[in-house]
Design a protein around this ligand. Structure first.
Ligand SMILES: [Zn+2]
Length: 311
């Protein structure tokens, strides 16, 4: 009997831990994970699904990731245009507290993906026009790199607080207090970047894939085009020639490679044509995960861009 009663006591303790513990949250990419970690600080820690150095555009789901998804009570992701690997599993899983698809959050600013290698130079141009021109060869059309706008980040913070508070009302006050701190930090990051990047806004540069549009718009940067048209298709020799022409005709000062796409051919090619080449890390592959990662990712982008363009 004693054996059973201690067994029951353990069971009860487990049940109790379960009902008062923090929600089990799984988040796909590090910048979003950082926002969730900031909101949950002092309550619990969310799980990060995507390993460092992988791109959500090309990630293949692993059994360990599936297991994390299976155990989650709340799954937070950006949406199908970014994490295609999530679409099928999310049809199978019905986590207790639901799935938060950030691209569908109301009031978020969503830009259209650009489909050309060279972008229109005038900043004042409205998105509608671009969309009309390009929509016939675009699959989804929406640019999913929404976290690179600090205004979007704050709206996402509110939506994360709302869903956490709904399912864990006991901690609502803590979530709200954490969110307030987090949004103050995001505002500080925005003002730092605004000052820093205002000095280089007339300096043309080129990126590896069309992943920085929100950042370019927020800080009025002069991005002239992208090397890759599609993250799934490696660059051909023909494309590299076209890129070289683009670099010349636009007086491009810097080309920004990326941590996730490290192809030797492109690197060697670029090193031979006399343009500054630096590496951007929009997902924070080299930045430790946790509540500070969001601001660190943005500040590092700002540092890399401004120092390269000032060379
Ligand atoms: Zn991307």
């Amino acid at each position: 009997m004693r054996k059973y009663s201690s067994f029951i006591a353990v069971l009860l303790a487990m049940l109790c831990l379960n009902c008062h513990g923090a929600p089990k949250v799984a988040v796909t990419i590090k910048p979003i994970h950082a926002l969730v970690a900031g909101i949950m600080q002092g309550i619990g820690e969310p799980q990060l699904l995507l390993p460092d150095g992988t791109s959500p555009h090309t990630f293949q789901l692993k059994p360990s990731t599936l297991k994390q998804l299976q155990q989650a009570e709340l799954i937070i992701w950006v949406g199908p245009p970014l994490e295609l690997f999530m679409v099928k599993p999310l049809e199978q899983f019905h986590p207790r507290f639901g799935i938060l698809t950030l691209m569908t959050v109301p009031h978020l600013q969503i830009l259209n993906q650009r489909n050309e290698r060279e972008w229109a130079h005038d900043h004042g141009h409205d998105q509608e026009h671009d969309h009309d021109e390009n929509s016939h060869h675009s699959h989804d059309g929406q640019d999913p790199h929404i976290w690179l706008s600090t205004d979007n980040a704050k709206i996402m913070v509110d939506s994360i607080v709302a869903i956490l508070s709904k399912h864990d009302p006991d901690n609502t006050k803590k979530y709200q207090a954490n969110a307030k701190n987090l949004k103050a930090k995001i505002n500080a990051v925005k003002s730092t970047l605004t000052t820093q990047l205002s000095q280089v806004k007339t300096k043309p540069f080129m990126v590896y894939h069309d992943g920085y549009q929100y950042f370019e718009k927020e800080f009025h940067l002069d991005a002239v085009g992208t090397m890759m048209l599609n993250p799934h298709i490696p660059l051909s020799a023909h494309s590299l020639n076209e890129i070289k022409q683009l670099i010349k005709s636009n007086h491009v000062k810097c080309v920004f490679r990326e941590t996730e796409f490290n192809d030797t051919m492109t690197r060697q090619y670029l090193s031979g044509i006399g343009v500054n080449v630096e590496e951007l890390d929009p997902l924070g592959a080299r930045i430790p995960q946790g509540p500070e990662a969001y601001e660190n990712i943005l500040l590092q982008l700002g540092d890399t861009i401004s120092s390269c363009l000032q060379k």
